[in-house]
Design a protein around this ligand. Structure first.
Ligand code: PRX
Length: 637
C-alpha cells in the first residue's frame, strides 16, 4: 500500500453500481435530471431547498450578487440555525427521539433526546448571557469530544453569539493566536479529555494560552477527567457549578437573526501567514448543510448517523452537529481513539448502537485496516447502509477494504470533496450514483465545477489542472474574518474576470465526467486529513532559540496520507544532533499540537531559494522523493 495516486484510466471497468434496495429507497432517484434543473434555475432550486426550513420571516431575494465576490443569500430572511436544529423538532414526534448518543473513551455513555438537548442548550445559553455574552460576540471553544462541545456551539448560536471552535488537539500557540484574532472575551474548555487511556491536558494549555493572549475575562471549564487543574479566582468557573445556579434557567428564547448574520468563524490554514478565520452565516449555511446531508446520505428518520470527525474541524461543524440535527437525525459521538483499548472499538460501537451510516476519513480507515480484518469480522455490522469518506483522496486499497470488509460489499461509499471554505459537500455521489473507487464522482446540485489552466481554459479530459467553482452557492464562506482583501486575493483574484472560485486543489475530469481530486497546489498540507500550513510549522520551528530558518514540506505517508518533513538552518555556533532533532520535534508539537509534529528535522547549511528570497519547497520535495527537480532557473544559488 505505497501509492495514493489513482489509476490514470477513467476507471469505467471499475464501476460499482448501487444495490437495488438502495436505489428503491433513495430520496433522489435521478441525479442527472435534478442536476440539470438545479443549474438551469439555480435560485429556484435553492429557494425550494430553503423552504424546507423554519424561517421567522421569508427572504426577499435568494441571491444578492451586487457586491461580488461578497455574495449574500436569502437576504431579508429571518432565521436561526438553532430554530431548525432543535426548536422545530420539539413540536413533532422527534421531541423524544434521541438527538445524540455519546460514548466516552472509558466507556461511559450519555444520551440526549431533542427535548433534553434543548434543555441543556437553553441552560447554557442563559449562563453565557449572564456572563454578558452579546449578539455578535465571538466565544472561543476549546474542548475534547464531549456532549458539552456541541451544546456550547448551539448555545452560542441560540443567543446570536458566534463561536470559534479550536480543535482540542491544538496546543498553546495555535490556541493563543486564534483567541487573539477573534478577540474573545469568553473561553469554554474542560479540565481534560480521554485519549488512548491518557488525559489530554486542555486546561493547562488553555491557561498558558490565556497568559499569552489576555483578552479572555471568563473561562468556563467542564469537569471531564477530575484531574487537578489550576483555576483563577476571578476568571475561572466550573461548568457544572454554573449550570446549577438559578441563572441557568431551562427556557431561553432563540434569537431571531438575519439570514446573513454570522454563525461562526473557523480558523483554517492557508498558503501564507497565519491561519484565517472563515465566516459562515445562519441562513445559507443552514440551507446548504441540511440539503447536502439529506441528499448525499439519503437521510431517513430511523437513521443513526455517525460522523467520526472532531467538531473542531469543518466536517464536525457541518455534519456532526448542524446538518444532521437540522435533519432531525440521531447523531453518534465518540470521545477517544479508534483503537482504544482494542482495534475493534469502532466496530463494537457500530454493532452496539445500530449505526446505519458512518462518515470518516481515509486516514482513519487506513489506520484501522492495518490491524487486519479479524477485528471488524468479530462484529455484526449489518446495520450499516451507507459509508462516507472525506478530507483527502481515498486510495483504491482503502476504498476496497472499507467497501468489502466494513460495508459487506453492499454499502455504497460517498467520497465527498469539499473544504472549510465551502461549508458543505460540493463534489460527491448520491447513493444511486455508480462509483469509481478514488473518484468523488460528480458535482452536487447547484454546483458547477471545471478543471482549468492558469488562463481559465478548460483542460482536456484526463488532464490535470486547477479546480474551480463557477457560480456561488449558499454554504460558501462569506469572507475571512477581519481581512476581506485576503478573501478576494486568495479565492477570487486569479479568475476574477470569469467570477470563478479557486479551490486550491488540482484535479482531473475523465471522459465520463467523473472528477478525480489530486491534491493541494499550494503550501497547505493534509496530514491525516487535518489541514495545516507549512508556514505555521515553519514559524513554530523558528520560535526555537537555536533555529534561524526553516522549511516544511509534505511527503507521502502510508497511513497519514502525508507527513511533515522539515529542513532547518541553525544559528551560528549551534550544531545539529539527534538530540536537537528530537527537541525541535517536541517543540513544534507543544507549540502547535501533536498533529503538526514533524517526521524528521534535517539540518542544512542553506535552503533552495528564488532570487527574491522565497523558499522553493518544490525543490526540497523533488530531492527528497528522488524526482526531477524541474526548472531551476530562478534558483538563487
Ligand atoms: O485538498 C482537499 C482535501 O481537503 C481540502 C480541504 O480541507 P479542509 O478545509 O480541512 O476540509 C476538509 C473536510 C471537508 C481540500 O482542498 N479534501 C477534502 N475532501 C477530499 C479532499 N481531497 C480528496 N478527496 C476528498 N474527498
Amino acid at each position: 500500500m505505497k501509492t495514493h495516486t489513482q489509476p490514470h484510466t477513467n476507471g469505467s471497468s471499475l464501476l460499482h453500481h448501487p444495490p437495488k434496495h438502495i436505489v428503491k429507497k433513495a430520496n433522489v432517484k435521478d441525479y442527472e435530471k435534478t442536476y440539470a434543473r438545479s443549474i438551469e434555475d439555480r435560485e429556484g432550486f435553492w429557494a425550494d431547498e430553503a423552504k424546507k426550513l423554519k424561517w421567522y420571516k421569508k427572504w426577499q431575494q435568494v441571491l444578492d450578487d451586487s457586491e461580488k465576490p461578497f455574495y449574500k443569500w436569502f437576504t431579508g430572511g429571518k432565521i436561526n440555525i438553532v430554530g431548525n436544529a432543535i426548536d422545530r423538532h420539539l413540536e413533532t414526534h422527534r421531541r423524544n427521539k434521541l438527538a445524540m448518543i455519546w460514548e466516552g473513551e472509558p466507556g461511559d455513555v450519555k444520551t440526549l433526546s431533542y427535548h433534553a438537548l434543548n434543555r441543556e442548550v437553553s441552560k447554557f445559553a442563559n449562563v453565557l448571557k449572564s456572563m454578558g455574552v452579546k449578539k455578535g460576540e465571538i466565544v472561543t471553544i476549546y474542548m475534547p469530544q464531549i456532549p458539552e462541545l456541541p451544546i456550547a456551539m448551539l448555545a452560542c448560536a441560540k443567543i446570536g453569539a458566534m463561536h470559534s471552535v479550536v480543535y482540542g488537539g491544538f496546543s498553546v500557540e495555535a490556541l493563543a493566536g486564534r483567541i487573539s484574532d477573534a478577540n474573545s472575551r469568553v473561553l469554554v474548555t474542560a479540565d481534560g479529555g480521554w485519549r488512548r487511556g491518557k488525559i489530554t491536558d486542555l486546561k493547562t494549555i488553555a491557561n498558558e494560552a490565556m497568559d499569552r493572549s489576555p483578552t479572555i475575562e471568563v473561562c468556563i471549564s467542564v469537569k471531564r477527567t477530575g484531574q487537578e487543574v489550576h483555576m483563577e479566582n476571578d476568571r475561572d468557573f466550573w461548568y457544572h457549578d454554573l449550570m446549577q445556579l438559578p441563572i441557568a434557567a431551562p427556557r431561553c428564547d432563540t434569537e431571531v437573526m438575519d439570514s446573513e448574520d454570522p454563525l461562526f468563524i473557523l480558523f483554517t490554514s492557508g498558503t501564507t501567514g497565519k491561519p484565517k478565520g472563515l465566516v459562515h452565516t445562519h441562513g445559507g449555511y443552514s440551507v446548504y448543510t441540511s440539503s447536502t446531508h439529506r441528499n448525499v446520505f439519503d437521510i431517513k428518520d430511523e437513521d443513526r448517523w455517525w460522523c467520526a470527525a472532531d467538531p473542531g474541524w469543518i466536517t464536525g461543524h457541518s455534519y456532526l452537529v448542524y446538518g444532521p440535527l437540522i435533519n432531525g437525525a440521531t447523531i453518534m459521538m465518540y470521545e477517544g481513539a479508534p483503537n482504544h483499548p482494542y482495534p475493534n472499538r469502532w466496530w463494537n460501537m457500530i454493532e452496539k448502537y445500530g449505526i446505519t451510516i458512518l462518515y470518516t476519513s481515509p486516514t482513519a480507515i487506513r489506520g484501522l485496516m492495518r490491524f487486519g480484518e479479524q477485528w471488524p469480522r468479530r462484529h455484526d455490522l449489518s446495520s450499516l447502509r451507507l459509508l462516507g469518506s472525506v478530507g483527502e483522496p481515498i486510495n483504491p486499497e482503502a476504498w476496497r477494504w472499507y467497501h468489502e470488509v466494513i460495508g459487506r460489499g453492499e454499502c455504497p461509499i460517498m467520497d465527498t470533496w469539499w473544504q472549510t471554505e465551502t461549508g458543505g459537500m460540493m463534489i460527491a455521489p448520491l447513493p444511486v450514483t455508480p462509483l469509481k473507487p478514488g473518484s468523488a464522482t460528480k458535482p452536487l446540485f447547484g454546483i458547477e465545477v471545471a478543471v482549468v489552466d492558469d488562463n481559465a481554459n478548460e483542460v482536456q479530459p484526463g488532464e490535470e489542472g486547477k479546480l474551480v467553482i463557477k457560480a456561488p452557492w449558499p454554504g460558501m464562506a462569506r469572507t475571512i474574518f477581519g481581512d476581506p482583501d485576503r478573501y478576494v486575493d486568495t479565492y477570487w483574484k486569479q479568475y476574477e474576470e470569469k467570477g470563478w472560485y479557486k479551490a486550491g486543489d488540482s484535479a482531473r475530469i475523465d471522459e465520463d465526467g467523473y472528477i478525480w481530486i489530486i491534491g493541494r497546489i499550494d503550501d497547505v498540507i493534509k496530514v491525516s486529513g487535518y489541514r495545516l500550513g507549512t508556514a505555521e510549522v515553519e514559524s513554530a520551528l523558528v520560535s526555537h532559540s537555536d533555529v534561524s530558518e526553516a522549511a516544511a514540506i509534505a511527503l507521502p505517508h502510508e497511513i497519514k496520507g502525508n507527513a511533515i518533513h522539515t529542513y532547518v538552518i541553525l544559528k551560528a555556533g549551534v550544531h545539529g544532533s539527534k538530540k536537537l532533532e528530537e527537541e525541535l520535534k517536541k517543540h513544534v508539537s507543544s507549540e502547535m499540537g501533536p498533529i503538526a509534529k514533524p517526521e524528521n528535522v534535517h539540518f542544512l547549511e542553506s535552503l533552495p531559494k528564488t532570487r527574491s528570497g522565497k523558499i522553493m519547497r518544490r525543490v526540497l520535495k523533488a530531492r527528497a522523493m528522488g524526482l526531477d527537480e524541474g526548472d531551476l532557473s530562478t534558483l538563487e544559488d
